[in-house]
Structure formats: C-alpha cells, structure tokens
Design a protein around this ligand. Structure first.
Ligand SMILES: *[C@@H]1O[C@H](CO)[C@@H](O)[C@H](O)[C@H]1NC(C)=O
Ligand SMILES: *[C@@H]1O[C@H](CO)[C@@H](O)[C@H](O)[C@H]1NC(C)=O
Ligand SMILES: *[C@@H]1O[C@H](CO)[C@@H](O)[C@H](O)[C@H]1NC(C)=O
Ligand SMILES: *[C@@H]1O[C@H](CO)[C@@H](O)[C@H](O)[C@H]1NC(C)=O
Ligand SMILES: *[C@@H]1O[C@H](CO)[C@@H](O)[C@H](O)[C@H]1NC(C)=O
Length: 901
C-alpha cells in the first residue's frame, strides 16, 4: 500500500522521480509490503543503468511495433514507421542489420493532411503487419498515410516486391487502431475496424469467397478493439474429424446488460472454423461458424472486474488441446492504473461455445439466455465427421434454419472463467501492455511458466507462476525515457526476450543469475533458470551435471542451510553525541531489515530508543557510550534471517586526530558527521529542528598527535588555499557570466545518491535535516551566489572552509527554467551544470570538500566492495573512484577514515 502511494505520487513528475529513484539506489528496495495478497511487489528493481547483457537496436525510424521471429530463425524482423529491418537475432545490435525503407509518398501525405489526419502520427507508413507468406517470401502491410498498402518481401535478398497490393481490406488506416491478423496456408485472416467510420470486422481476405462478419439484423461485433488472434490446429488427432479454428481476442461494447454487472465494455473471445466457406443463400460470404463468449477476469470479493483486454499470449502445449491463453486485463477507468493477468484453458473456451446461446428478441430489449429449441446440426459448429456422414461436407451445405440461428445468436451465454477462477496476478499502479511466456523445467522436474510483461512506462516485469500465483522475480527499467512497451517476443533458441518500443528494439537474456550473489539471494529469487552451485548463482542451462545445484522455486527458502555467506565486517569509531548511520542496504524489496546489538535484537526503533531504522541502515541518534558494541544487520525474507553486515561500533568521548594521508583499505566508505544544519534555502520541506551541536574543536588536539596534527594542518591549509582560489576564480567567472550562475549544493547532492536516498527515506529517520548538505553563514550577493566559510554553531571558524552555492532568489533569469522543486534533483552526477561551467578542477575537489564540511549531514559515500548490491550506483561508484584516485595522489586532505572528525 505504501509503495502504491509512492508510485502514484511519482507519476505526476514521472520522469524526474523515476530518474531520481535511479540515483536513489532503488536496489535498496522499496520499503513497502503489499497488504493485498494479490498486489505483488517485484523482488528486485533494476534500473536501466544496471541492465546487463542488454542489446539495443535503434535507427532514425520510430515506432518499432511489429516483430516477427520464427522458431529456428536467425533473424528478427522488425516493422517500424517507414521501414522494415532484418536483425541478427543473436545480437540485434550487430551492424549486419538490413533495411527496407518504405515511406508514404509526399503526395499521399498531403492527401492524408487534407483528410484532416494528424501529420505527426497518422500521415506516415506504419508497418502494422509482417508475417511469413511462403518459404521464400514475407508479407507486410503498412498504413501508408491513411491509405493502406501491402507488399511481399523477398527474404533472401531482403527487398520489397515492386508490385504493391491494395491494403484496404487487410490493414487498418491508423497506427493505433486495434488490429490482429494471421496468414494461414497463404490465406490472410484479419480483424480490425478498418476505416474510421466502418464497422469492425473479422475477415478472411483470400482466396475468394472473402468471408466477413455480419452487421444486420444482428451486429456481431460492437466497437470491437482487437488485440490478438491464434490458430489452434484442433484437427490434429481429433477423434471427431474436427476442423482447425482461429480464435480472436478483443474488447467490445457490452450487449448483455444484466443486473449483476453494468459494464459498458467486456472482454471477448470469438472463433471461426478454418474450413468455413460461408452459406449458400443465408450467410452468403459470411462466417457460418462465428461464435463469441465473454472472458472473465475479476476479483469478485472486491467487485473488481477487469473488462479491458490489452494483450494476449498463446501458450502452445504438446497437443492443441493443451493450448493456454494468457491475457492482460485492465480497468475501464482510464485514469486508474491496474492490471490483472488471467489464464484461460482452451477447454474452458470450448465449453462456453458448447453451452447455451444468448438472444434478444428485438433490437431494444436486453440479451438473455436462449432457452428454446436449438436447430440441428448445432449452429456455429465446424464440419465434423458426423456432418460429413450426413452429406454435409462444406459449410455451404448447412441447412438454412441452422444458419439463420447463427445469424441472430453470435453470443454465448456462458462466460469463460480463468484458471482458479481468479487472476494469477493483480497489480495496482501498473499498466502492462504486452507479455510473452516461456516454459522451463526446474530442477524439481516441474515445468514452470515464466512471464515477461512490459509496462506502459518501459519496464519489464519477470514473474514465475507457483501454485496459481505469480511471484515477480524482478522489474527492469528498459528505457530511461518512459515509453510503452509495444511488443514482446521470446526466443528459446537465443534465450532472449525482444522488446519493441517507440524508440527502438531491445534484446535481453531470459535470465541473469549472476545478479544474485549469495546462496539465499539465488534461492529467494525463485528464478527457474537459476541455481546455486556452491560458489555462484548459475544458469542451469549451462550445467550438464545438475545434481549438485540448489534451487527451490516452490518455497524460495530451502537448500542454503549449510552454505556460508560472507558477512561484511566494518568498524566505526564516533564521538558521544554524534548521530551515526550504519549502512545496510537490502537488495530485495521483499526483505525487511533486522538489527542486533551484541547478539540481541534491537527492539522497537521508536523515538526514545535512540535508534531509527530505514531501508538503507540503522541510525544511532546522539550516540551514548553504552551503545557501543557489535551491530549486525540481517535481511529477513521468507522467514529466514541472513546476516548482511556487522559493525563494530566504538563510541567514545574523545578521538585521536586524523593521521597523515595514506591510502586506506576502504576508501569509498567515508563516513562523516557534519555540524548542525540550518534550513536549506531551496528546500521546500518543513524540516524538524536541528540536532545537538558538536564539541569544540580543541578536543582533537591531543599532545600525542601534535606532529600528525601539524602535518594535517599544513595539508588542510594547502587544501583551503586551493579551495579559496577556486572560489575566487569561480566567483569571478560567474560574475563575468552575469546572473546566470545559480547553483545549489543540491547539484552536488545529486552526485551522492545516498544523500538523496536519505531524503527519500526521511520519514524513517528522526529528521531529514541531516540529509542536507548544510551549514555556513551564507550571505548572498546580488548574483544569487552565496559563499561563505564553514562555521560551527558557536561561531568559530573551522579549518575546513568550503564553498556553498545556493540558488539565487533575487534574479529569476529569463533564459533558464526555474530550479526544480524538492525532491526531484538533477540525476546526473556531473557537477557543472549547463548554464555556468565550474572552472576546471572544482568538480574534482568538491567531494573532498563536502566530506570535510562539518554540517550535520552524513556525507556517506558508498562503498564499492560489492558491485552486485547496486548496479544502479555503479556509474556513481566509478565516478567517485576516479575522484578519490586523483585525491590520493594530490593528498589535499587528511586521510578519509571512518571516524567522525
Ligand atoms: C510513435 O513514436 C512517437 C515518438 O517516439 C510516439 O510519440 C508515438 O506515440 C508512437 N506511436 C505509436 C503508435 O506507437
Ligand atoms: C549473428 O551474430 C552472431 C554473433 O554475433 C554471429 O555468429 C552470426 O554469424 C551472425 N549471423 C548473421 C546471419 O549475421
Ligand atoms: C503539420 O501540419 C501543420 C499545419 O497543418 C504544419 O504547420 C506542420 O509543419 C506540419 N508538420 C509536419 C511534420 O509536417
Ligand atoms: C512465394 O510467394 C511469392 C509471391 O507470391 C512468389 O513470387 C514466390 O514464387 C512464392 N514462392 C514459393 C516457393 O512458392
Ligand atoms: C462433398 O460431398 C459431395 C457429395 O455429397 C461430393 O460430391 C463432394 O466431392 C464432396 N466435397 C468434398 C470437398 O469432399
């Protein structure tokens, strides 16, 4: 629930917050648990910067929405706006891509414009159809600026036939019109509302006779929006001599208003027989086998009906009878995001078509179940052996009374219920657009269905079905710019999932087991592709000898009892009265943190306990000496406690001064407490009062360390000189530039994901003020540039002078946007902003300055000892690495130790 609210909040400034949460290291996970069983939280979150093994294809074209990949194909065909591509399926980013450009002519675009169509979207040639025609040729259709055309593609040479075919009857006119089509034995079946004003229609276009759906006296389709179709070869192994059938999936306006539901739209499945040739007199050139039924996907106990069918995936079994249909459903209310995944078996669908019919006596009355006599042969059935025995071997021989009945009774009374009569998955705040399902046998011998689902904002959710429930293994951010996933395909041969989107095509491995770094991590993930081999989480496909592998998809908890995972050991030395943050990031969104002190659990983290816990660690507030000891952070998941990190915390009255600069063994885990904050001018949040001030500085000067102190002082003063020089240069520079130089240390904060993270988690901490890089007497000059010398609360000027630049309040400059409101922060770790470049070097020294700056902030720099924990912060860690390397050599500042100064 809490997660949902956050997600909703994130939606309005969606992009900024999305990117913000990137830097905020979502690897730490959402701190939220799902209250509703069915509202499933993805176990881990991977941002686009942390995607591994991802390949992309992009070109000048947009709208990569049509994809074709055949079972043993080496090529992935992609239809976009104005172009078709043949990509190497094993690596779509390879330079071997072949292209056919097929744009609408300028004349056609002009006519499109004259028809009042949108020249930014509709007046282009969107490839809507691309499938195999015969062994040597593909067939494609494009909207062609509102005048659809079709063409053959010579597969070997990858060129288009010079002869274009009329596409009016096969392809919709616009890029977003609901549409589905199949080529079966060189006959094309299409379903769409072709022209704007025409009725929706399911057609077989060739050869003649062309068959269509009926519009009068009973309209078979009502504003139908088609999402998918499938051929099921039910003739194979049929004991009754049954025909193959084509199933169509769509949402349409409801006819059957009853008291139990009052929905204006409903999800449907319809079917026709492949051998249908229409009627002789009645239903001439119309389907004689068209029937439709309602697809149900609802949470009856909450009175939630998912009536909008968005996408269908057809999962083929060993036999046609084993076919399963997976559907993604949404709510009718456009402003409410929610998705449900329901699965239907072919036999459930068949049962509905065997059941009673609906009827309405006259146009105005409601549809209700037909209880009268049903003609023989049963209306809407395919030609079977029983009919052939009666001399009816084609649909044109069907008796008129049966066909007349079909004409008026297209709708079945029985609804198609999903397996278990409920969704496999329900998710609020997510709109899934497409999905694909892959089946894999786990080490337990069971066959698992792994679902890959794309969202309208460019995320991919991967989920495994265990006992009728979906466990979301991970959510991957595919694109930095939110955009809907417009197609999804899986290749078992390439072990890849392909994603089409407005901006490009993306190829991802089906699994990435190396992401899991411990046995429990590997087991908790419940990814059927992955197992623990004693040392690593590996892909089971790459292991011939599987007997030693550990996997537990069913429970996600067993098998790791005897494995020893390394626990990170750290120590902290701080002064009495300081606030201390012990970092502990949980990579799983499903884990909860648990802390022990010297082996006993820390109970309650309330206001007076002196502790506060968040998703990223434990905060010791105003440390007391009796709080010294061995702290251990555990991640609790599936009722199993896994130790993550231990801290040996020493809290004492005085501390030795920092020794001379030396490379440290742990250079990235810098931990500093900073003096008490004042409200940051640019912060819009009400912040609680600042915590206690620091002790006087003289305490640091113990005689024993005088020599080291002198050295440090010299170093510090040197550093100060450099900083002041930089400040002067900078101020001079910015003055010259004029009023444009407006900076906030927020920009600096952007370089420190953890700082912002604290901001995000502020509710979990006593105050958010410690998150602000703060302090200082800041007097603004007219240019909105503030600088000052760091001061303590008692007014003493501290040795570590530093620069603070805050946003100007006085002069809103016309040529730039106003600074974004908190919390959205610029996501780039780059300090210089476009308006006014820092003089060279400042960005390199600033991190040291920040660390030295003794605000009450924690300048907590991430440790990069485990790349795995957060791929999201990877680039940041690299950046920091560089900076620290540089500093190590220049030795500007004292050794970054783990103690407060
Ligand atoms: C096509 O791409 C453009 C730009 O990427 C996007 O705005 C538009 O919505 C896309 N249209 C479709 C039909 O995907
Ligand atoms: C596709 O790429 C793979 C690996 O990059 C290469 O081995 C193969 O030859 C390529 N296939 C084609 C058809 O270019
Ligand atoms: C679309 O049409 C408008 C006017 O009808 C014109 O101003 C605009 O430049 C056109 N855009 C494109 C991309 O052709
Ligand atoms: C496939 O269809 C194309 C287009 O009709 C035709 O030119 C080609 O000869 C056909 N190929 C085969 C093998 O039938
Ligand atoms: C259908 O049956 C008639 C005889 O009733 C026969 O002449 C005709 O060849 C049959 N057609 C097919 C396609 O089997």
């Amino acid at each position: 629930m809490r997660r949902s609210t956050e997600m909703q909040g994130a939606r309005s400034p969606a992009l900024q917050l999305l990117l913000l949460s990137c830097c905020v290291c979502a690897a730490a996970g959402y701190p939220f648990k799902a209250p509703l069983d069915l509202d499933v939280t993805p176990r881990i979150t991977v941002l686009s910067s942390g995607l591994q093994g991802c390949r992309r294809f992009q070109s000048s074209a947009v709208n990569y929405s049509t994809m074709l990949l055949e079972a043993d194909s080496e090529r992935l065909y992609v239809g976009a706006r104005g172009a078709v591509f043949a990509l190497n399926a094993s690596d779509i980013s390879a330079s071997s891509a072949l292209t056919i450009e097929w744009e609408a002519s300028p004349e056609q675009k002009r006519q499109c414009l004259l028809k009042g169509k949108d020249n930014k979207t509709e007046c282009f040639n969107h490839i809507r159809f691309l499938q195999r025609f015969n062994s040597t040729h593909l067939y494609m259709c494009g909207t062609h600026a509102y005048k659809p055309l079709c063409a053959y593609i010579d597969e070997e040479r990858f060129v288009m036939s010079s002869q274009l075919e009329e596409g009016r009857e096969k392809c919709p006119y616009g890029p977003t019109t609901g549409y589905t089509a199949l080529i079966i034995d060189q006959e094309m079946y299409t379903a769409s509302q072709y022209e704007f004003r025409s009725f929706p229609d399911i057609r077989r276009n060739s050869p003649s006779p062309t068959l269509k759906t009926e519009d009068a006296p009973t309209r078979w389709l009502n504003e139908a929006d088609f999402v998918g179709s499938a051929l099921v070869r039910e003739s194979l192994g049929s004991s009754t001599g049954d025909d193959d059938k084509i199933y169509f999936f769509f949402t349409e306006r409801s006819q059957e208003q009853t008291t139990t539901y009052s929905h204006s739209r409903v999800a449907r499945v319809a079917r026709v027989c492949k051998g249908d040739r229409g009627g002789r007199l009645t239903l001439q050139k119309r389907w004689t086998s068209f029937l439709k039924a309602r697809l149900m996907c609802s949470l009856p106990e909450y009175d939630f009906h998912f009536n909008m069918l968005r996408s269908v995936f057809v999962m083929r079994g060993h036999m046609p009878q084993d076919t399963l249909f997976y559907g993604i459903f949404g709510l009718e209310w456009k402003n409410v995001k929610a998705s449900a995944v329901c699965r239907f078996s072919l036999s459930e669908v068949q049962e509905a078509f065997q059941g009673p019919y609906m009827e309405n006596q006259d146009a105005d009355s409601k549809w209700k179940e037909y209880t009268g006599k049903i003609p023989d042969p049963r209306p809407g059935t395919c030609i079977t052996d029983a009919l052939r025995a009666r001399g009816i071997n084609v649909s044109t021989s069907l008796p008129d009374d049966a066909l007349n009945f079909v004409r008026r009774h297209p709708l079945m009374s029985q609804q198609v219920q999903p397996s278990d009569r409920r969704p496999l998955l329900f998710r609020r705040t997510t709109d899934y657009t497409h999905m694909a399902v892959h089946m894999i046998q786990g080490l337990d011998g069971q066959k698992y269905h792994v679902l890959y689902m794309g969202t309208d904002e460019g995320w991919l959710h991967k989920a495994v079905e265990v006992e009728g429930q979906l466990h979301i293994i991970e959510e991957l951010q595919l694109f930095e710019e939110p955009q809907p996933v417009s197609n999804l395909l899986i290749s078992a041969k390439q072990m890849s999932v392909y994603v089409g989107s407005p901006s490009g095509v993306l190829q991802l491995p089906l699994s990435n087991c190396r992401r899991y770094t411990s046995c429990y991590d590997c087991i908790f993930a419940r990814d059927p592709h992955c197992a623990w081999n004693g040392a690593q989480c590996v892909d089971i496909m790459s292991h011939a000898n599987r007997s030693t592998l550990i996997q537990d998809i069913q429970h996600g908890s067993r098998g790791c009892e005897n494995t020893q995972d390394d626990v990170v050991q750290r120590s902290r030395s701080v002064r009495v009265g300081d606030d201390v943050l012990l970092q502990c990031e949980l990579s799983s969104n499903l884990a909860t943190p648990l802390w022990t002190l010297d082996g006993s659990e820390l109970q309650g983290y309330g206001l007076n306990s002196g502790f506060r816990t968040g998703t990223d660690g434990l905060l010791i507030i105003e440390a007391r000496q009796d709080q010294s000891g061995m702290y251990t952070c555990y991640a609790v998941e599936n009722n199993i406690k896994v130790a993550i990190v231990t801290y040996n915390v020493t809290i004492r009255l005085d501390l030795p001064p920092p020794p001379p600069v030396e490379p440290t063994e742990d250079p990235y885990d810098l931990f500093t407490t900073l003096p008490a904050p004042t409200e940051h001018p640019s912060s819009e949040r009400p912040l609680p009062p600042p915590p206690a001030p620091l002790l006087p500085h003289s305490e640091l000067l113990s005689p024993r360390n005088m020599e080291a102190m002198y050295l440090s002082l010299i170093t510090i003063l040197g550093g100060l000189c450099v900083v002041l020089t930089v400040v002067l240069v900078y101020v001079g520079f910015c003055l010259r530039v004029g009023n444009r130089g407006k900076y906030s240390l927020r920009a600096a904060a952007a370089a420190y994901p953890n700082i912002k993270k604290h901001n995000r988690n502020k509710k979990q901490h006593r105050s958010s003020s410690h998150m602000e890089l703060k302090t200082i007497s800041s007097h603004c000059n007219g240019n909105g540039i503030c600088n000052g010398i760091s001061k303590q609360h008692n007014g003493d000027i501290q040795d570590g002078g530093f620069l603070q630049i805050v946003p100007g309040e006085a002069h809103p400059s016309p040529n730039k946007e106003s600074p974004p409101p908190a919390p959205p922060l610029p996501p780039t770790p780059q300090l210089p902003s476009p308006e006014c470049d820092f003089p060279n070097g400042l960005s390199a020294t600033l991190p040291s300055v920040l660390r030295r700056m003794n605000g009450n902030s924690y300048v907590l720099l991430r440790q990069s000892d485990s790349e795995n924990t957060s791929p999201l912060c990877y680039s940041f860690a690299e950046e920091l690495n560089r900076i620290l390397e540089k500093r190590k050599h220049t030795q500007l500042l004292p050794r970054p130790d783990e103690s407060s100064v």
